[in-house]
Design a protein around this ligand. Structure first.
Ligand code: PAF
Length: 287
């Protein structure tokens, strides 16, 4: 049976009790509107831990003034049914006042790896994420916390926060879950109209084609990126924030193709912004 708690104090009481019983705890932070991608994070947590705590908090601090905070899909009852079926033990669903009490004045900022990609197209986003995730980790003090590769830059930011601030938790990255046509699962896919939903698959297709051509040496990053931008525009994408090859660890522009890299894309279909990324294996060092 899934218990729901709304305060940090009750969350801590429950986690403390499990810890005293020698149990390992996984945390799965979410903003709700749950889909199979989120549930795969729960399964990952379950693999190494006795208890899984999920959180649902639509974090105002990570939305820009013209972004979709007000319209972000919310439906706690449906989410609770899904979490229960997935075997989650506890849901922490605080309100804004519990997370950001009056006179809240502390922010966590990660520099360097946030100076590109979503850090440029969504100013303030990673400060909001780093701050709320730091809080959730310190509130629950889990053994592991699970985040999706779909938000790969976010995953790197969280790993850096945990390392730099010595937060005692293992961060696990979980593979992106996709629809049959390759579209990465995302709560924002719900915004897509029928035609847009069909066009959306071009994002993953373009990433996959470019990644394969770069990996095999059939194409070079610049030409592959240009071709992908053209394909996305032809497929109906109305604006492309970025389509870039970057080092998988540092997010610096990928110049050395003998290191693992990653192709990242963010693009708009009408009012909906979609992001995705794929790995690009290091090219073999020539003899
Ligand atoms: O990926 C998300 O859903 C959010 O950015 C997170 C990690 C739950 C922080 O609000």
């Amino acid at each position: 049976m899934l218990d729901i708690v709304r305060t940090v104090a009750t969350l801590r009481d429950q986690v403390d009790e499990w810890r005293r019983a020698g149990q390992r705890i996984a945390l799965v932070p979410t903003m709700g509107a749950l889909h199979a991608g989120h549930l795969s994070l729960v399964h990952q947590g379950r693999e190494t831990c006795d208890r899984v705590v999920a959180t649902i908090f639509v974090n105002p601090a990570q939305f820009g003034p013209s972004e979709d905070f007000a319209t972000y899909p919310r439906g706690e009852a449906d989410d609770v049914t899904k979490l229960e079926a997935a075997g989650v033990d506890l849901l922490f669903a605080p309100d804004v006042g519990e997370m950001y009490p009056e006179n809240f004045a502390t922010n966590v900022t990660v520099s360097g790896i946030t100076d590109c990609l979503c850090g440029l197209s969504r100013p303030g986003f990673f400060d909001g994420v780093a701050t709320v995730v730091s809080k959730l980790l310190l509130q629950a003090l889990p053994d592991v916390a699970v985040f999706g590769d779909k938000d790969y830059q976010q995953l790197l930011v969280i790993r850096r926060v945990v390392r730099d601030l010595n937060i005692p938790v293992d961060i696990i990255g979980a593979p992106t879950v996709r629809e049959q046509d390759g579209l990465a699962l995302s709560s924002r896919n719900a915004y897509l109209g029928t035609a847009e939903r069909q066009q959306a698959a071009a994002l993953f297709r373009s990433l996959g084609t470019a990644a394969e051509n770069i990996e095999t040496g059939r194409g070079e990053p610049e030409a592959e990126t240009a071709a992908a931008l053209q394909r996305l525009t032809e497929s109906g994408f109305t604006k492309i924030d970025y389509f870039e090859l970057r080092d998988a660890e540092t997010l610096a522009p990928a110049v050395n193709l003998q290191r693992p890299s990653r192709l990242f894309a963010a693009a708009w279909l009408g009012a909906t912004r979609l992001i995705d990324n794929v790995s690009v294996a290091a090219r073999a060092i020539p003899n």
